[in-house]
Design a protein around this ligand. Structure first.
Ligand SMILES: N[C@@H](CCC(=O)N[C@@H](CS)C(=O)NCC(=O)O)C(=O)O
Length: 338
């Protein structure tokens, strides 16, 4: 029995090792579907709609990668993961990419075997409180109980911030998203802390009376959120990284899902290269020359995705802010496709 367990353990290790070192672009082309790690349901970023179809800013990234790698934005499978499960799922090969409101940190980019493929939402950590608590600033939170989710960067950020501000608090840390939200709604903690986008989403989509709650003005950290792949998988890293860049760059160039066919006639060399009229970028990535055309036609540019999922066209009504184009005072700066 003992021996059996040992051998089984070795087999699991070996399977994990070989998966982690495969060329994911080849695996995805062979399989014909992208396995994309998302949340268990976080409106605006990754959640199933009324028809059970996954939607969101992060899900659009799953779609963009499927469009670039396979020519069809619907050839992806959303794999729901809690905050705690996400990096193990990436390391083991269960998913090809993680597109799930994940903060880029030095530790994740090094010690966790993951590597960031860009930033699709610049965020920061904040606090959500019931108005009945009578608190208008995070500085008044001394002695509060604070709900947060296991396996998030929010746990350490909260501890650092509290120490620096001489605030004591009681952490209420729960693994499953719905359980932590329910604990907060039931008053088992005074405050919910996570990324500001998460708080906006929880307030609108998870709490029965959103007007009974407010987000406090303090933002206590930088939370650049974006997709991750496994380390040592450079061709795949490039496909994911440049799929995001194509969406950001298309917005800057004024290319939308509605006008992309018209733009095929553009004389602008940057447009011609992005849309594959001038060939080369696709070959360099190991995908079809129409990779970016397919993303823009089937998913849209970054601004379209932002407004539809989290901005003006959504319940969340998040302002572009830091996520505006650099030409509009934001941080979205598409890297040149040339
Ligand atoms: N950006 C932070 C927090 C991300 C995170 O996992 N947030 C929670 C709270 S909003 C979440 O998305 N939960 C959804 C789930 O577990 O399905 C991180 O990368 O650690």
């Amino acid at each position: 029995m003992r021996k059996f367990k040992y051998v089984a353990g070795l087999a699991v290790l070996a399977a994990g090792f070989s998966t982690a070192h495969a060329d994911t672009l080849d695996v995805v082309k062979e399989r014909g579907v992208v396995h994309c790690g998302v949340t268990t349901g976080f409106a605006g970023f990754s959640a199933p709609d009324a028809k059970g179809v996954w939607q969101g800013l992060d899900v659009d990234l799953c779609r963009a990668v499927a469009a670039a790698a396979l020519g069809d934005a619907e050839k992806f499978k959303a794999v729901p993961l809690s905050s705690q499960q996400r990096f193990t799922a990436l390391q083991s090969g269960e998913i090809d990419l993680l597109a799930r409101n994940t903060t880029v940190t030095q530790q994740r980019d090094t010690a966790l075997g993951a590597i960031s493929a860009g930033v699709n939402f610049y965020d920061g950590q904040g606090f959500l409180v019931p108005k009945s608590l009578g608190v208008n600033s995070a500085k008044e939170l001394d002695g509060a109980s604070v709900c947060m989710q296991t396996g998030t960067s929010n746990e350490n950020t909260m501890a650092d911030w509290a120490r620096a501000n001489n605030i004591t608090y009681k952490p209420v840390v729960i693994e499953q998203f719905n359980e932590v939200v329910n604990a907060f709604a039931a008053g088992r903690c005074d405050v919910f802390t996570t990324d500001a986008s998460g708080l906006a989403s929880i307030r609108i989509s998870k709490l029965s009376n959103p007007d009974d709650y407010q987000v406090l003005p303090e933002i206590i950290s930088k939370e650049p959120l974006g997709p991750f792949v496994r380390q040592g998988d450079d061709r795949w890293l490039n496909v994911v990284k440049w799929s995001l860049q194509a969406m950001i760059g298309a917005e800057e160039l004024g290319i939308t899902s509605a006008n992309v066919d018209e733009k095929l006639k553009s004389e602008n060399p940057n447009v011609k290269r992005l849309l594959g009229v001038t060939e080369g970028a696709g070959k360099n990535l190991g995908v079809d020359e129409k990779w970016a055309y397919n993303i823009i036609k089937q998913v849209g540019n970054y601004g379209e995705s932002f407004e539809r999922n989290v901005g003006k066209g959504s319940a969340l009504q998040i302002e572009r802010g830091l996520n505006a184009q650099w030409t509009d005072g934001g941080l979205m700066y598409g890297l040149p496709v040339r």
